[in-house]
Ligand binder design. Structure first.
Ligand SMILES: Cc1cc2nc3c(=O)[nH]c(=O)nc-3n(C[C@H](O)[C@H](O)[C@H](O)COP(=O)(O)OP(=O)(O)OC[C@H]3O[C@@H](n4cnc5c(N)ncnc54)[C@H](O)[C@@H]3O)c2cc1C
Length: 289
């Protein structure tokens, strides 16, 4: 029997070098909405899966096509199944959608600072999501619900353009039936047999059941939606330092080196993507470069 010590870095070289992709295999593909799909992935090297914090993202490499940042949308308590929910908008995301079960892609990560889930213990938590913005927030919800007794009210406000754009429908229904979670969904425009709320997601904020003086808000969606959401939360009396937003900016290295997502001293990739609103305010005024 060999007595050679096992070289952990030889087994997992990606752990030492954040620029090195680790190969993952597609376990499951699920079409969520007409333009959005979820991939469930497992590491090809059969080593333990990825531990991550809610709100963190990975760089996903579609071999021969390119690499893009995508948030993790799965359950942090189940690290052996890596889950990403992606909207097909261009070259790389289209290549990702064309993958089948058994196909490979490269994953670097997890990167960035996520949602302040543990730090919010003792407070009410309101989650406001627009469209695909629910994907980066889903791990936060899983974590909140896993430690439910440590929080006051937990409220999810979710808006999409039309009913077919609603993500994670089955899960939303399950969450809706829980008595310890308040879920309100709205659509900008009703189609089909939709009988629910109609109007942008900010219209749900004035009557949402949370105590603004003891609330942490986590917000993700299109930038315009996040701006109006902050205004409404502020009107309700939520302190700006208790509002957290996730920012999307073009990035390449994801480790604060290349400067693609740099604004002055701040890197979206490593100081974010989740920021406290009062620290983010100056950046929101700067358009994508
Ligand atoms: C930290 C972070 C986390 C992210 N998490 C997710 C996620 O969980 N799920 C997800 O789907 N996306 C997420 N994104 C956005 C995702 O990275 C981009 O959609 C992706 O890089 C587009 O690459 P592409 O090659 O497919 O498109 P490209 O070929 O680069 O772009 C094609 C066209 O689409 C436009 N475009 C690019 N991005 C978007 C966009 N986000 N919305 C609308 N139009 C766009 C471009 O301007 C261009 O006109 C995240 C981005 C960041 C920075």
């Amino acid at each position: 029997m060999s007595t050679k010590p096992i070289d952990a870095l030889a087994l997992a070289p990606h752990a030492a070098n954040p620029m090195l992709s680790r190969p993952y295999r597609v376990q499951k593909v699920r079409q969520e909405t007409p333009d959005t799909f979820t991939l469930e992935l497992e590491p090809e090297d059969k080593q333990p899966g990825m531990t991550f914090a809610p709100g963190q993202f990975n760089m996903i490499y579609a071999f021969g096509v390119g690499e893009v940042p995508i948030s993790i949308s799965g359950n942090p308590a189940q690290p052996n199944s890596l889950v990403h929910t992606t909207r097909e908008v261009g070259t790389v995301t289209r290549a990702m959608r064309q993958l089948d079960v058994g196909d490979s892609l490269g994953v670097r990560g997890p990167f960035g600072v996520g949602w302040p889930v543990t730090e919010s213990r003792g407070a009410d938590v309101v989650i406001v999501a627009g469209g695909i913005g629910l994907a980066p927030l889903r791990p936060a919800l899983y974590q909140l619900l896993a430690a439910r007794k440590y929080y006051g009210k937990v409220v999810l406000l979710y808006g999409t353009r039309t009913p077919p754009d609603i993500l994670f429908r089955r899960e939303l229904q399950q969450w809706h039936s829980r008595f310890d979670l308040e879920v309100h969904v709205t659509v900008d425009r009703a189609t089909g047999n939709w009988r629910g709320n109609v109007g942008v997601v900010t219209t749900l904020i004035p009557r949402a059941p949370f105590d603004p003086h003891s609330t942490v808000a986590m917000v993700c969606g299109p930038e315009v939606m996040m701006r109006f959401t902050v205004q409404e939360l502020e009107k309700r009396g939520v302190a700006l330092e208790n509002i957290h937003l996730s920012m999307e900016r073009n990035m390449k290295c994801a480790v604060g080196f290349c400067g693609h997502c740099q604004y002055g001293p701040t890197f979206i990739c490593k100081d974010g993507p989740v920021f406290r609103y009062d620290r983010l305010q100056p950046l929101l005024a700067v358009r994508e470069m």
